[in-house]
Design a protein around this ligand. Structure first.
Ligand code: BES
Ligand code: ZN
Length: 617
């Protein structure tokens, strides 16, 4: 018996003692990661300060291959440097220059977080070089066939790093609280142009090799690359547009007001800090409306409506040059600091450029979105707090209109309480004093309290830490929408097209369609289509709203156009409500699955991730 006990004891000890390096790495990281639960980095020990990329883009294999050289500060003489990776093949790692081989371990892959790369370093190591390649399924990368582009001749690649996908194409400390400068040498097929969130070329180089520099420190989620048949046209001395040749003229025309927006933004909250501001219009499978990659906003072509009606999205991404890119949310739990401030700033820019009645419409549409999101989150009330708790969850789950619109209305409420002048002085100071710094919700509250003690009475804690919408939320008003309201009442009663105004802009039509949703049937839709041709609209916002209405009213004449939309556009914000409507109506549930099966291969990972879940239900 005693013998058996000893054997057992030896066995147990041996197991514990031979804990694999992977397991050790995991226990170490989980114990020491205090700040950001979505990163394996241990910046309190060793923190990266610069990235040097030397990579080749291989369209045949759908991979990026090369070397990432990471300069870091070893704050506590740590023996290892920890980086985030996901689905990367790490071939070898060296120290310094000249390079010297070193050991490394990759921890077991975890869902959405990926694997910690622990690199053995020496007391005086300042630089590590990682030789790696990406996987063809890398979440950040979307490889498009020529058929998925406007030109139909050349392939295209773009990245989407936010929230935690940078680690699928670059080994790095992938946490919004960690900033670094970067430079890159990128080799691409000779007939394609490469652009990044950095200083960019404006024309093809015969060598197929492009060099980039981002001298201001940025967090990893703002690393970005696009490669394709891309041309450039300037809009002003320091702004311009990149797009496929077939889209370039239309895009430049759509964004003519960009220099005005930039001037309005600077006048409000201080000088633009990033040098140039350009926009690249991507192919339609881009999963977002826009992404605020510094110096080069990535945008969906679905905002090219032909009448400049959807350009507030550009104001939004431009505004991130202050809220988000200059003053950055410390972790994804503080995401509202990025997006809520940006929506507020976006609407201020639009007010400056288009007038108050225009900004009022945007605010009211936002209020409707917020109400809808609050209703959708009935079962998950904790996700209606501004400060989120995303521990154990993919940060992508925290992306909802709460951060955007509840965040906006909090700032709007403060503005209404203290007056616009004080608000603007406060925000200008906030962006200036915290430029290139990290901000979390608590530090923001302390800062606000110090600068504007009178905000103490405004229920801020309830707004931030409690669910739902506090009593003191302002209710936006819009005179132009009041007219739409009466007109729609008239139309619902009489079905007379004279009730409506053909001169309405797209926001007014959108508001009209939202009002109809409560009370019409397919006869109305048929009549509207005959008079106003919604099914053939070139405006993606209107189409998306129209298709939801059509599905809800069994108006199947719109279905072929809807199917075309769903198979060509990859913007998640449109896909989710349209598929949700299709799944909800028993008559179209099978159609939803059919279209999805066909369209899925053309969607980006982040859209697929969300839609797969919806289809399971
Ligand atoms: N930064 C976001 C996009 C994002 C958020 C990507 C979270 C990944 C995770 C961008 O600035 C944004 O908000 N885009 C909106 C535009 C809008 C609200 C005008 C979009 O894509 O719809
Ligand atoms: Zn945003």
């Amino acid at each position: 018996m005693k013998h058996l006990f000893l054997i057992l004891l030896t066995f147990l000890l041996a197991c514990g003692g031979s804990q694999t390096t992977e397991e050790k790495t995991q226990t170490q990281t989980s114990m020491q990661t205090q700040g950001d639960v979505h990163s394996f980095a241990q910046p309190e020990n060793a923190q990266m300060t610069d990235l040097g990329l030397d990579i080749k883009v291989d369209f045949d294999k759908k991979i990026i291959v090369g070397k990432a050289s990471i300069t870091f500060e070893n704050k506590k003489s740590a023996k290892q440097l920890f980086l985030d990776t996901k689905e990367l093949t790490i071939k070898r790692v060296t120290l310094g220059k000249p390079e010297k081989e070193t050991k490394f371990q990759l921890s077991k892959e975890q869902a959405y977080k990926g694997s910690a790369l622990a690199i053995d370093i020496e007391a005086d190591t300042k630089l590590v070089n990682i030789y790696y390649e990406t996987s063809p399924t890398a979440g950040a990368l979307q490889w498009l066939s020529p058929a998925q582009t406007a030109g139909k001749q050349k392939p295209f690649l773009f990245t989407q790093s936010q929230a935690i996908l940078a680690r699928t194409w670059v080994p790095c400390q992938d946490s919004p609280g960690i900033r670094f400068t970067y430079s890159a040498k990128v080799e691409v097929p000779k007939d394609l142009l490469a652009v990044m969130s950095a200083e960019n070329p404006i024309k093809l180089d015969k060598s197929g090799i492009y060099e980039f520099k981002m001298p201001q420190p940025i967090p990893a989620y703002l690393l970005a690359l696009a490669v394709g048949e891309i041309d450039f046209v300037p809009l002003s001395e320091n702004t311009g547009v990149y797009a496929e040749p077939a889209l370039l003229r239309k895009s430049a025309d759509e964004f003519v007001d960009l220099p005005k927006m930039l001037a309005a933004a600077e006048k409000l909250y201080g000088k633009y800090a990033w040098g140039r501001y350009d926009v690249i219009v991507l192919p339609p499978s881009f999963p977002f409306g826009g992404m605020e990659n510094p110096r080069l906003t990535f945008a969906t072509p679905t905002i090219i409506a032909g009448d400049r009606s959807l350009v507030s999205l550009i104001a939004h991404e431009l505004a991130h040059s202050w809220s988000g890119n200059l003053v950055t949310n410390a972790t994804w739990n503080d995401f509202w600091l990025n997006e809520g401030f940006t929506v507020y700033f976006e609407r201020r820019i639009m007010e400056a450029v288009q007038g108050k009645s225009y900004a009022d419409m945007l605010a009211l549409l936002g209020y409707q979105d917020l109400q809808e999101t609050l209703a959708d989150l009935k079962e998950k009330p904790e996700d209606t707090q501004l400060k989120l708790n995303l521990a154990g969850r993919d940060p992508d789950e925290g992306v909802s209109d709460i951060a955007y619109e509840k965040g906006f209305f909090l700032l709007r409420m403060i503005e209404e309480a203290i007056g616009r002048e004080k608000m603007d002085n406060f925000l200008k100071k906030y962006f200036t004093e915290n430029a290139f710094k990290v901000m979390d919700t608590e530090r923001f509250l302390t800062y606000l309290q110090k600068e504007l003690p009178e905000t103490d009475k405004l229920n801020l804690k309830e707004w931030i830490y409690q669910t739902g919408l506090p009593q003191n939320c302002p209710v936006p008003k819009s005179e132009r929408f009041d007219h739409v309201g009466s007109a729609s009442g008239c139309y619902i009663k009489t079905m007379q097209k004279d009730c409506l105004d053909a001169q309405w802009n797209s926001h007014e039509w959108l508001y009209f369609l939202r009002l109809l949703a409560r009370s019409v049937n397919s006869a109305y839709l048929e009549d509207l289509d005959k008079n106003f041709h919604f099914t053939d609209s070139g405006n993606s916002e209107i189409l998306a709203q129209w298709f939801q209405l059509a599905i809800q009213s069994d108006y199947d004449k719109a279905y072929p156009a809807m199917e075309k939309f769903l198979t060509s556009v990859g913007r998640r914000k449109f896909l989710v409500p349209i598929y949700a409507a299709l799944l909800k109506n028993p008559k179209t549930k099978a159609l939803a699955k059919e279209i999805y099966t066909q369209a899925r291969p053309n969607y980006h990972f982040v859209a697929v991730n969300t839609l797969d879940e919806m289809m399971k239900k």
